[in-house]
Design a protein around this ligand. Structure first.
Ligand code: HEC
Length: 136
């Protein structure tokens, strides 16, 4: 009986462990996936937030959800190895970009559409810097 319990405990521990590794893996999507979800033309979070901010009556709750997810995903970029180029510059650019994206979230929380649009416009200046160095 004792032995059965031990095996049972071990089995449960293994299940928990594999769930955990699965969850961790799940939390760090690849760079191409992150770029796709956040920057796809018209359907990415960036364009969705921009379109919403331009409406006469923006849905702030929806925008806040999108902006939060935008920051979360971009903050995970640096957890990936750079697809191209040196790691040090990759980490630096990812960290800077995360801060820039977080400014969009801050503006959304203030419900300030003008500031949201300005913060998004500022992002557009950063694409090439990183793509030139790190996009394969
Ligand atoms: C900090 C780095 C960084 C910044 C900033 C950045 N990108 Fe990217 N982006 C990448 C990398 C790296 C890839 C290539 C991913 C791969 O193929 O593995 C990429 C790929 C893409 C792709 C292709 C996605 C796919 O399906 O493979 C699009 C679209 C894109 N970026 C749009 C943008 C736009 C628009 C901006 C600015 C508003 C931007 N990116 C800013 C690093 C960045």
């Amino acid at each position: 009986m004792k032995r059965t319990l031990k095996w049972l405990a071990l089995g449960l521990a293994l299940v928990a462990l594999s769930r955990l590794t699965w969850a961790l893996k799940d939390e760090v999507p690849g760079v191409d996936e992150i770029m796709d979800i956040t920057h796809k033309v018209k359907k990415g979070l960036k364009d969705l937030i921009e379109a919403e901010a331009k409406k006469p009556k923006p849905d702030w709750a929806k925008m806040e959800k999108d902006a939060k997810e935008f920051t979360r995903l971009i903050s995970l970029m640096e957890k990936n190895d750079p697809p191209k180029g040196p790691k040090a510059s990759w980490i630096k650019l990812c960290k800077e970009y995360t801060q820039d994206v977080a400014k969009v979230e801050t503006a959304v929380k203030k419900k300030d559409a003008k500031e949201v649009l300005a913060a998004i416009k500022a992002l557009d200046k950063k694409c090439d810097d990183c793509h030139d160095k790190h996009r394969p």
